[in-house]
Design a protein around this ligand. Structure first.
Ligand code: HH2
Length: 338
């Protein structure tokens, strides 16, 4: 039976000799949790791992779009949509979108994620032409002006192509190459890094009654299979970011199960991205029905992910997340300041 290897991520300054760096980053581990379907987890020393598994868990990830992974990176969200769940309609106006993008960049965004289609449950379909009309003019203005790379949040190859031509550097496909058959070839030929995200069902129906045998392991297997598909399309694994898709066909319990053991996804050998910001489960558990009131819960989840070595945190609230993360990193820094 397959055993899944979850590194138990630590940031404590008392790092034992022989502990391994987690993905070459700011966490270390000297134990792993072995997970098997239908069996109790077992904790074993990292020293007992086969060399190949230890290497994949500990090797530094390649820089993508100029970003290295020695610290968590923040991806700021710009939704140029009338109906996004968290900020729907606020940034549909080009001037407002531009101002929001500049605000996120000034507040410390390492990367900006621009999307012209909402993927919230029940969202309306948008034509390619409309999506391009929403995002391309914004990218054309921002790309030369910003220090941070831009990612395009789209499931459609034509939108991705237009965004790359306008200056975007990263693809973010919430369908993980399943929506548009042309996306794999585009990602391969363009050489752009791509984020592949797990979702169960499509946006219209995904929250109706999501079910898993074991959500953590099912999502892991899905991402492993999508990585194989990406590699077959000519996209090297080192150019892929993987994302468990918080809230995409998941109950609050599913989201929690994923976040609690999020370090498992380092076993895929890729940069890991988590987007939990302002999502519904934060409102449910945090008593915040309004999306804009979910900032503290969103920050808490982002810090929890960073403490398990997650390299990219996709957030709406840049000022608050940047401050919290700076303090978390300062307090837990592996090296003491001299
Ligand atoms: N979540 C949303 C959109 N894109 N991309 C990745 N990689 N991961 C995510 O978790 C993710 C994503 C949904 O959030 P938001 O953009 O705020 O809302 P909407 O889809 O309604 O525009």
């Amino acid at each position: 039976m397959t055993a899944y290897c979850r590194p138990i991520a630590m940031t404590d300054p008392a790092r034992p000799a022989g502990a391994l760096a987690l993905a070459g980053g700011w966490c270390w581990f000297d134990r792993v949790e072995l997970l098997r379907r239908g069996a109790a987890p077992r904790i074993v020393p990292a020293a007992d791992l086969p060399a190949g598994v230890a290497r994949r868990l500990s090797a530094p990830r390649a820089a993508l779009a100029g970003l290295g992974w020695d610290a968590p990176r923040l991806m700021g969200i710009v939704n140029v949509t009338p109906d996004s769940f968290s900020d729907g309609g606020r940034f549909l106006d080009p001037e407002a979108a531009l101002a929001q993008a500049r605000h996120l960049a000034e507040a410390g965004a390492d990367i900006l994620d621009i999307g012209g289609e909402s993927t919230r449950p029940g969202a309306e379909d948008v034509t390619e032409a409309e999506e391009i009309r929403r995002v391309v003019p914004l990218i054309e203005v921002l790309a030369p002006a910003l220090g941070a790379p831009i990612s395009i949040d789209t499931r459609k190859a034509a939108v991705a192509r237009a965004a790359l031509a306008a200056g975007a550097a990263v693809l973010n496909d919430v369908s993980a190459l399943r929506f548009d058959p042309a996306m794999g070839a585009l990602a391969a030929e363009s050489g752009a890094p791509i984020c592949l995200m797990h979702a169960q069902g499509d946006p219209a129906t995904m929250q109706k009654n999501p079910r898993y045998d074991d959500v953590l392991l099912d999502v892991y297997d899905f991402l492993e299979a999508r990585l194989a598909e990406a590699e077959a399309a000519g996209i090297p694994r080192g150019r892929v970011m993987v994302d468990p898709g918080i809230g995409f066909g998941k109950t609050a319990a599913h989201n929690l199960a994923l976040l609690r053991r999020i370090s498992l996804f380092h076993a895929l050998g890729c940069v890991v991205l988590v987007g939990a910001s302002r999502k519904r489960f934060i409102g449910t558990l945090g008593g915040a029905p309004e999306a804009a009131a979910r900032v503290p819960g969103s920050v808490a989840v982002a810090l929890g992910a960073a403490a398990q070595g997650v390299q990219v945190l996709r957030v709406h609230d840049m000022v608050e997340t940047r401050q919290a993360l700076s303090l978390q990193m300062a307090v837990t820094a592996a090296r003491d300041a001299t």
